[in-house]
Design a protein around this ligand. Sequence first.
Ligand code: RNT
Ligand code: ZN
Length: 415
Amino acid sequence: MSTEYESAKKAYKAFGTDTDLAIEKLLGVPVSLHCWQGDDVRGFEGAASLDGGIQTTGNYPGAAKGPVQLMQDLDKAISLIPGKVRINVHACYSVFNENNRADRDSLKPEHFAPWVEFAKAHNCGIDFNPTYFSHPMVKDGLTLSSPDENVRNFWIRHGICCLRIGEYFARETGSKCLINFWMPDGCKDTPADRYSCRARMADSLDMILAAGYDKNLVCISLESKVFGIGVESYTVGSAEFCTSFAATRGLVPLMDNGHYHPTESVADKISSFMLFNPEIALHVTRGVRWDSDHVVRFDDEIREIALEIVRCGDLDRYHLALDYFDASINRIAAWVSGTRSFLKALLYAELWPNEKGAMLQENAEFSELLVLSEEIKTAPFAAVWQEYCRRAGSAAGMEWLDEVKKYEKEVLLKR
Ligand code: RNT
Ligand code: ZN
């Protein structure tokens, strides 16, 4: 333990927080790492381009091609992230051989066996996402809400396949799998009939749920969105749609903080969801103007979200996942930096004198609350972060980037 840490511990104690306790707590919290940062959301099906209202920009060299490279890169990223992780896999990351190719509506657990192997090697759980984009059966921008019964049934079958795959992940890893449904369905221009689309979406989701799933093995979340590129005027799975559907079917609501109007605060929404749901899920990301998927930074928005996470309930009631993709910088650096920034925010939130703050608010001592909120910002956070990294067996400073640069030279640039 460094002398810097010893003095930081004292400084935080003066604010009423215990740094050792904060570190211990955070070391037990898993963050779900999105596999799609490593290959610009391309997947392993040979998709020509990404659609569904999301886009990656940039052509930094070394993007992973195929499962071997992606898992090798993810392995590198995990080795540089301090703390516990899970892996978050999308259905378009199925691994086929010559004999078992299958379309999205007939995917089987065996197509994901290499992911189970990877998770076992890292002693971590797996979360899963049906892939409702980058596929010829997305017709006129619609999947589960399509008026074409062929299209709709195809995607219903896809959803059901994914339930089985999630159960398989949970059985194999011994850890419950979160299956997150996000559908890009929407319209570029003002629709004439919002209601029918939403009714079909609800009916399709109900048909998927009617196939049944083992609640001990999986939980299902529904992710809302306000708009996407090319679907600017209407998104079927809006906040109200997803929140209401999840609440009435016992699903977990998922908020992606890039999926709201820019002045809306996901931090503000967390307490309401936590009041009415046993568990909630988050996609932690960074919205910049029209894009919802920039690399997470240790910024005000993320700190505020982390503070609310810590203040609103036990950390095991949250499913915390990352969701961003940047093809303009080293993809492993993006993975590691974004995850470390989120972990920093969680540590920052654990160190905040939350109880004291709540008491000051209750007593209407707003001057002191303001001063406390400002003073805590300059508390010796770096020393506690360094100690956290040390206990997690990772480098605290920029040393990890040297590893990434070495890997880039030796592996990525040779691809
Ligand atoms: C898109 C959603 C969704 C995707 C991933 C790839 O806006 O955030 O979660 O990013 O499923
Ligand atoms: Zn998301």
